[in-house]
Write a new protein. Structure first.
Length: 209
């Protein structure tokens, strides 16, 4: 939103290329920020696993695995954001292509990132479904948050499947289909930061584990 949204001009490869060349440092900073987020996400996964394994260890482990795959896909997908910098560079071998061709290739790579992100969210959708189920049955977190997370997971899956099978449908659904996930994850995050879990109930479950 704050970096790529300012540089990418939808449907205009030339304008996008111009912005990218003018703001290469900002573009690279955005990629670095994404990678930092993914590193920190591993710590969050561990926290969720330790919390939710007291409800059902096998399902908590499955949610962790889905989340790890999602992160691995998204990390690998960052390469597609570096490729445009290669196409728009000054290397001698690029002279085999016209500027317009290089701009189109750079823009195509950026579009490929959108699809890679959608593929990653398939695995995150299953993570949300599983974690939502565990939260609903935890007793130490509100059931409504678990329900919201399961709705978020369903929305992620619908969005990603539509992106792959029917991009025109995905474009009509976006961004409305991602509003429930935004609300669910925001509420869940704020609850953990402000309210936290019912420690007594979690310890009771942990003692049986």
């Amino acid at each position: 939103m704050f970096i790529r949204g300012k540089i990418i001009v939808s449907g205009d490869a030339a304008a996008t290329a111009h912005n990218l060349i003018a703001s290469e440092g900002l573009w690279r900073a955005g990629i670095a920020g994404d990678l930092l987020m993914h590193l920190l996400d591993i710590l969050v996964m561990l926290v969720f696993y330790l919390l939710l394994r007291t409800v059902n260890k096998k399902l908590a482990l499955m949610a962790l695995l889905f989340n790890l795959i999602q992160t691995a896909v998204l990390v690998a997908n960052k390469i597609t954001l570096l490729v445009p910098l290669f196409f728009l560079g000054n290397a001698a071998y690029l002279k085999a292509f016209s500027p317009q061709q290089l701009q189109a290739l750079a823009y195509t790579s950026i579009k490929a990132h959108d699809y890679g992100f959608g593929i990653g969210l398939i695995f995150f959708g299953f993570t949300c479904l599983l974690n939502g189920y565990l939260i609903r049955n935890s007793g130490f977190l509100p059931r409504f948050i678990g329900s919201l997370m399961q709705i978020a997971g369903a929305c992620y899956l619908i969005n990603s499947v539509a992106l792959i099978l029917d991009p025109s449908l995905a474009s009509r659904l976006f961004p409305f289909i991602l509003l429930p996930p935004f609300v669910a994850e925001l509420i869940f995050s704020l609850w953990l930061l402000i309210k936290g879990i019912d420690i007594a109930k979690w310890q009771e479950k942990a003692s049986r584990w």
